[in-house]
Design a protein around this ligand. Structure first.
Ligand code: 4NP
Length: 157
């Protein structure tokens, strides 16, 4: 059975779909895509059913990451069961996820994305790029590449 990783942000249209795409890329080149499966979700429901933000998609495509996911809201009733790791993009996401956890087993699955960073260690969150400019979207991808590299090493242990 594949291990399942869920990336979670607020809207599921910028950071978490990008994390999903970056991680899928890394799993593929490391020949681990038959062992792990990725998905993403948002704690909020405003963008459910939408494709990822156009600006986020444009920046990601330049690095050859293709954001194909459709936004959905995190579902505590099914997602805690289904996923092995549930990784929040920022501290608010992590705390929202923790407040939905039903027991210790759920709680132990919740991680913070930036904890896997080895270069961008001065960030404790992947900053929300939604209301900012182009630099914000590039920074998201820089941090996610660093974190996914660290996550891959952690999974490989
Ligand atoms: P995300 O970015 O959480 O990285 O998908 C956001 C997307 C939408 C909103 C906020 C953040 N919003 O307020 O609609």
């Amino acid at each position: 059975m594949k291990k399942k990783l869920l990336f979670v942000c607020l809207g599921n249209i910028c950071r978490s779909p990008s994390a999903e795409a970056v991680m899928n890329g890394y799993l593929k080149v490391n020949l681990l895509d038959d062992e792990y499966e990725c998905d993403s979700a948002g704690t909020g429901g405003w963008h459910v059913g939408e494709r990822a933000d156009t600006r986020m998609r444009t920046h990601a495509t330049k690095r050859d990451y293709h954001l194909t996911s459709i936004a959905r809201q995190f579902n505590p009733k099914t997602d805690f069961e289904e996923f092995d790791l549930i990784i929040g993009m920022d501290q608010q996401n992590v705390s929202d996820l923790k407040s939905m956890a039903r027991n210790h087993k759920d709680l132990n699955k919740i991680k913070s994305m930036t904890d896997y960073c080895t270069r961008y260690t001065h960030y404790d969150s992947v900053p929300d790029p939604y209301y900012g400019g182009a630099d914000g979207f590039e920074l998201v991808l820089d941090i996610l590449e660093d974190a996914c590299e660290g996550l891959l090493k952690e999974l490989d242990k």
